[in-house]
Design a protein around this ligand. Structure first.
Ligand code: URA
Length: 193
């Protein structure tokens, strides 16, 4: 059910407008546009990646490059849904130059946007993609290869860490099988199994 009606800006839309002119960290200087997030604001399943790449920066949408194509394919094959019925966001909303890792101060500056996205969307299941999102949301220094394979209690449901699709693209079969298994775990969590 829609929680908001036409003519009334949802808090998520208001937050997106606020973020669109953000200058809280130096990444603002190098971006084409802020990549706030996309999808169903009432989604039960939310993905959190690392930060926009070149294509995302160009289009203003998360995961629209090669990593996104893999995510879409595995989402359909393992969960049986398309991205329209999920919400997809990133730890940092602006592209780090040369696709470098986001810096701790950039992650902290951007953190309130992600926190508020999670609070407004209230997903049952959050799937983190790669190291940065898992470490931030689970508040841990433990790496993704140790974290994945389990579900963790989180806010309004559970958090399921999985590998970043870019890593899966580089690594081939074994990481792909692990990511598929994590998505099956997410599917089971969605139906409350
Ligand atoms: N990688 C990410 O972490 N996020 C995107 O939006 C695209 C690639």
């Amino acid at each position: 059910m829609r929680r908001y009606h036409f003519g009334v800006s949802s808090p998520l839309a208001v937050l997106a407008v606020e973020a669109s002119t953000c200058t809280r960290c130096p990444l603002a200087a190098g971006r084409t546009q802020v990549v706030f997030g996309m999808g169903d604001p009432d989604a039960d399943l939310m993905f959190v990646g690392e930060g926009p790449g070149a294509e995302e920066d160009r289009q203003g949408l998360p995961f629209v490059g090669r990593s996104g194509q893999l995510l879409d394919r595995l989402l359909l094959e393992e969960v049986g849904i398309t991205r329209d019925s999920c919400y997809i966001a990133n730890v940092v909303k602006c592209r780090p130059p040369e696709n470098r890792d986001p810096r701790p101060e950039e992650i902290q500056a951007c953190r309130p946007y992600l926190e508020e996205q999670v609070d407004l969307i209230r997903p049952k299941v959050v799937v983190t993609l790669g190291n940065f999102a898992a470490k931030l949301l689970l508040d841990t220094t433990v790496g993704i290869t140790k974290l994945r394979g389990h579900s963790y209690p989180f806010r309004h449901g559970v958090l399921i860490p999985t590998l970043h699709p870019a890593y899966v693209l580089r690594g081939g079969g074994p990481p792909a099988a692990q990511m598929r298994a994590d998505l099956v775990r997410a599917k089971l969590a969605l139906v409350g199994a």
